[in-house]
Design a protein around this ligand. Structure first.
Ligand code: GKR
Ligand code: MG
Length: 416
């Protein structure tokens, strides 16, 4: 079995282009950070993984790289336990430790699939669908990253979206380019009545197509209840209107539509209180911190047991993450809503060889090649790593970046 042992974990931080997308914390910076993993086995097989970036997560991946050497790539339970134990003294949050173990589990599954010549979805029990549906992820946005410190303005081909008409236009572009059939609006940016108007405009422009709104806890419980009443019959679900399990439970008591979260239930220990308080009706999973793809599959079974609907949210990401999302999305029977993805905002800088992952008709076909089915573009990896080094950017700071242009801006959660 020596060929299935791990020789090395190569950890490469990268930076790639991101448009000026607005959210309740401020605005996305011109670069987003991720970390690319190459898990090299003794026989030379390489498993790929992708994790969110930032100094803390990068350091933990480097720490994990020391732990995994010599372990068997099929022993993912022992690998997760060993990494978790190594991080525990300095990282008390199980959610935070989950980011590290998850990224490595995906790389292990990619390597396993390559060894067995089977796609990762087969290692998850096989597919229940050939293609995974995704929602268009709409953002209020500026037309460009304004010129700053001698750097010229950075434009893009999406244009500005700061009002209902701009959001509808962005949705039309998303539909035209990728065929999306459901839409998520990132809210918490403008006063709630303006965001309600944007959702109503979307409902009028795309009749019968599922809509959701996610203000990332920018609202009080009272405001959340008001928005929920106003959008009764218009939203399939309302995502993270208020903060915490208690706040969401209060909103849920009066909400005519289901509430979803990727913020108040983010670790296994949050499930019991959330279910007891009926705080959420839809869990938005994310394999990047729930423990990886197999744990996401298990999470789906827990949701089934407690009558929670299940879907998936995203962060700025590239194709290794998208491939992993697609494999697990295809293997989960109770995927009740389309997943969301940032991919259209970031795909131009992707680190994988193009051709496998194509967003068409709002879906991605499950890759059928061995492992995740995607191949790393090594030249692009080098370019994106150089960008990371040269940029000096080491963590995401939407609020700080917003203050460069609006010095009086304050991060207020809740704001309304
Ligand atoms: O990219 O601004 C963003 C999103 O707000 C992201 O950070 C969230 O994690 O998309 C995510 C969400 O559903 O809350
Ligand atoms: Mg969300």
């Amino acid at each position: 079995m020596s060929s299935t042992r791990i020789r090395e974990l190569i950890v490469t931080p990268i930076a790639f282009g991101d448009p000026p997308l607005l959210n309740s914390n401020g605005v996305h910076e011109p670069l987003a950070l991720r970390v690319i993993l190459q898990l090299v086995l003794e026989d030379g097989t390489v498993g790929l993984g992708e994790s969110p970036g930032g100094t803390a997560r990068l350091e933990r991946l480097h720490a994990a790289a020391k732990v995994v050497v010599g372990m068997d790539v099929f022993d993912t339970t022992a690998l997760a336990a060993a990494i978790d134990a190594a991080l525990l003294p300095t990282v008390p949050s199980s959610h935070e430790r989950g980011w590290t173990t998850s990224a490595i589990e995906v790389a292990c599954l990619d390597a396993q699939g390559k060894l067995l010549d089977r796609p990762v979805s087969d290692l998850l029990g096989g597919t229940v669908r050939d293609a995974v549906p995704f929602a268009a992820y709409l953002f209020y946005k500026w037309a460009e990253h304004p010129a700053l410190d001698g750097r010229p303005a950075i434009t893009d081909d999406w244009g500005e979206a700061l009002d209902p008409a701009g959001i509808v236009e962005q949705a039309r572009l998303m539909q035209e380019r990728y065929g999306f059939r459901s839409f998520k609006l990132k809210g918490g940016v403008f006063p709630p009545d303006e965001e309600i108007a944007a959702i109503r405009a979307l409902a009028e422009a795309f009749p019968g197509q599922p809509l959701r709104l996610d203000p990332n806890t920018a609202w009080t419980v009272e405001t959340s209840k008001y928005v929920a009443r106003e959008l009764d019959g218009v939203l399939e679900y309302l995502e993270d209107p208020a903060k915490g399990i208690e706040g969401m439970a209060e909103v849920a008591k009066d909400s005519p539509m289901p509430l979803a979260t990727n913020m108040c239930v983010i670790a296994w220990e949050h499930l019991k209180p959330a279910v007891e308080q009926n705080a959420i009706q839809v869990l938005l999973t994310d394999h990047h911190y729930w423990g990886g793809l197999r744990r996401t599959r298990e999470l789906a079974a827990v949701c089934e047991a407690f009558g929670l609907a299940l879907s998936m949210h995203s962060n700025s990401h590239l194709g290794i993450s998208l491939a992993a999302m697609t494999h697990v999305g295809a293997a989960i029977p109770n995927l009740d809503h389309s997943c969301d993805t940032h991919y259209p905002w970031n795909s131009a800088d992707d680190v994988i060889v193009p051709g496998v992952l194509e967003l068409r008709d709002g879906e991605i076909k499950v890759p059928t090649g061995p492992g995740l089915g995607v191949e790393l573009d090594h030249d692009q990896l080098d370019r994106l790593h150089r960008r990371y080094v040269e940029s000096g950017m080491r963590s995401r700071d939407d609020t700080g970046y917003m203050r460069r242009f609006q010095p009086e801006y304050e991060r207020l959660l809740p704001r309304w």
